[in-house]
Design a protein around this ligand. Sequence first.
Ligand SMILES: NC(=O)C1=CN([C@@H]2O[C@H](COP(=O)(O)OP(=O)(O)OC[C@H]3O[C@@H](n4cnc5c(N)ncnc54)[C@H](OP(=O)(O)O)[C@@H]3O)[C@@H](O)[C@H]2O)[C@@H](O)CC1
Ligand SMILES: [K+]
Length: 528
Amino acid sequence: MMPLAGQPLLTAAGIRAAEDAAIAAGATVGSVMARAGQEIAAAVRRLAGANAILIVCGPGNNGGDGYVVARLLREAGLDVRIAALAEPKTDAAKAARAGWAGPIEPFVDAKPAPILIDALFGTGLTRGLDAIPAENGDTSPARHPGLEPGSRFLTEEAAGHRVKPGVTNNGAESSSGPVAPSPAKGGAQSDRTIDSATPIATKLRALADAAQLTIAIDLPSGVTTDDGRVLSAIPSYDVTLALAAAKPSHLLQPAARHCGAVRILDIGVPAASSVQVLARPTLPPPGPDAHKYSRGMVAIVAGSMPGAARLASSAAMRAGAGYVLLLGDDPAGPDALVHKPFSTEAIAETRINTLLIGPGLGRDAAAEARLDAALATAHPLVIDGDALHLLRGARLTQLAHRDAPIIFTPHGGEFDALFGASAAGKIERARAAAAQSGATIVFKGADTVIAEPDGAVRVAPAASPWLSTAGTGDVLAGAIAAMLAAGLAPLEAAAAGVWLHGEAARRCGAAFIADDLAQALSAARAAL
Ligand SMILES: NC(=O)C1=CN([C@@H]2O[C@H](COP(=O)(O)OP(=O)(O)OC[C@H]3O[C@@H](n4cnc5c(N)ncnc54)[C@H](OP(=O)(O)O)[C@@H]3O)[C@@H](O)[C@H]2O)[C@@H](O)CC1
Ligand SMILES: [K+]
């Protein structure tokens, strides 16, 4: 079982291509599924002890994995039951099903067990749980043998929930409240429409609520693979065992919070991608000949809210910058912080390695003048906060012609204002913004995505929710500026800054303030 840090992230199409390459190199779907089953069974044995296990299987190869795991665990002497949602559809899943000698319960009637393993759907999920499929305009569930009303896998009352002609469910309900009681047997509610509580998602939540440990194979059933969407009201799992590689939805919210601890299983399918999980950076300590300028000089432009620029300054110093210069009229801050009034001469100082502008800048005419002066320099730039708001239009277009690197650090609102709102996934949006602007984009949030104009991406695992407090963005901008000033390439600088920021938050524990976070960067940096 591999942890996520530094691992490639593969989309559904990417993992299919990787599987195809493995097959071209001599594997078969069956052999890969057999290896996956072995790895999953070994992981489950470590996690589950001797407890009884219920495995819920879907119609595709995710379900196929479930049948293989069930056989292996039963051969190992464990108490294993299977509940199936539908008959296997793929050859590999059919073969795996044939290898299971025990009984199969209908999913809707399944009794819970202390250990729940979700093998309903993985990278082949195409719609929300309980949504009626639409193929070539035909929404008849009868096109989907095994999922149609009255099949041996769906009891009649469940079928009654599923079907009302012309009514479809996009599965986007968000309720995660108490599980609804099962309707009375006998089809008495056969005219019920699909509304809030739907049978598959509801049943899955009931099984998860009754279990002591819940494990999802590859992905929690009901989340998309590529963009972090949750299509149905599904449970949150304790562990997700990702096959061959992590997928974007293991990190992107809101899907990520349903995954629990994610571990990657090596199933003999090599995976590579320029989209990767954020890794712990390698930052050597200063060498014997280091001096303040060789460690990097950061200049920070202050504005109408001087506290924000001070926080960024403090963060840049503690993340390891050799010299931090605050350009403004505010004399406060640590003694080590150098103050100068803002002027076009001061900002043009050639020893400045990185110029940070935005924290507390304001949005008035004076702020615009300072931003234009900053953009007119040849320094590498980190642009945050208010400066991002002032960047729209012609200023943004001009930036594409600058030689020196630029890093933008927008949160969701700033990103939308600069690049437009969109329903596309966060990775896709960050990549498009980087390509359009020529800047490295740090799209902040509970799932920070860093994108380079060349398409390289780093995605950060969820950091402390206590970061949701004023000033933490200023701290991040300062940390990233220190990394860029130290000479790291923009993607590496942004990644190192985000990592240090997350690590500092972890060290702060709960209810910290941004000042504490900036202080904690010293310890985070020292631990590398
Ligand atoms: N990559 C690898 O190297 C390896 C991958 N492996 C495993 O394979 C998994 C991917 O398998 P997969 O492609 O068969 O897709 P999977 O997720 O089982 O579902 C597809 C089926 O579900 C159906 N269906 C979809 N959504 C639905 C819904 N909401 N409600 C109802 N039905 C729905 C869909 O029907 P359709 O959309 O066609 O109507 C189709 O029948 C992957 O996650 C991993 O576990 C391993 O075996 C070994 C190597
Ligand atoms: K699953």
